[in-house]
Write a protein that binds this ligand. Structure first.
Ligand code: PRP
Length: 184
């Protein structure tokens, strides 16, 4: 069943771990003397955030947020809502790094950066496993990028296909045959 849904593997398990090691080194260096707080954006970034955190040597804390903007479709509505937010008394001393699985329209990360800055954060930067620059609808670029990818429907390693397959250790491209069955 899964074989018929996959066109090809876009990011193998090994490449995902290589990306985490590479970005982990950069982040460890950049945040060595800062108060790093990783912000995991549920649900999609959970696998990447956990694997990346393991590769960061700098002392860090973790927060979790959840946003909503897609409704039932595959196009962002452009309106991002906070479903789960965080709060802490020391926000003004914290250097936040928001961790995403994918940047598409850019709406979610742009909103989150502004949202966390509005709380009074000392600094906010962003890190994504995957970036689809060709899909951008707002002026936004992540600070750390694992891999730029073309405009294809991807799933696995946190990214879902109708809420399933987030548990796969790799990122795959959905086959055109399967997309056709969905009318996409
Ligand atoms: C996905 C992804 C990002 C967002 C990126 O989340 O995890 O948060 O969309 O798209 P954008 O750049 O167009 O805003 P989704 O809303 O599908 O929720 P999920 O993480 O729970 O799957």
């Amino acid at each position: 069943m899964l074989e018929s849904i996959i066109k090809h593997i876009l990011v193998t398990e090994e490449e995902a771990q290589d990306i985490c090691r590479r970005l982990g080194k950069e982040i460890s260096r950049d945040y060595a003397d800062k108060n790093l707080v990783l912000v995991c954006v549920l649900k999609g970034s959970v696998m990447f955030a956990v694997d990346l955190a393991k590769q960061i040597d700098a002392v860090c804390e973790m927060e979790f947020v959840r946003t909503y903007s897609y409704g039932n479709g595959t196009e962002s509505t452009g309106k991002v809502q906070m479903l789960i937010d965080f709060d802490r008394p020391d926000i003004a001393e914290c250097d936040f790094l928001v961790i995403e699985d994918i940047v598409d329209s850019g709406n979610t990360l742009k909103f989150l950066v502004e949202h966390i800055l509005a709380k009074g954060a000392k600094s906010v930067r962003t890190c994504t496993l995957l970036d689809k620059p060709s899909r951008r609808k707002v002026d936004f670029n992540p600070d750390y990028v694992g891999k730029e990818i073309p405009d294809e429907f991807v799933f696995g390693y946190g990214l879902d296909l109708f809420e399933k397959y987030r548990d796969l250790p790799y990122v795959a491209v959905v086959s055109p045959e399967y997309l056709a069955t969905l009318g996409l």
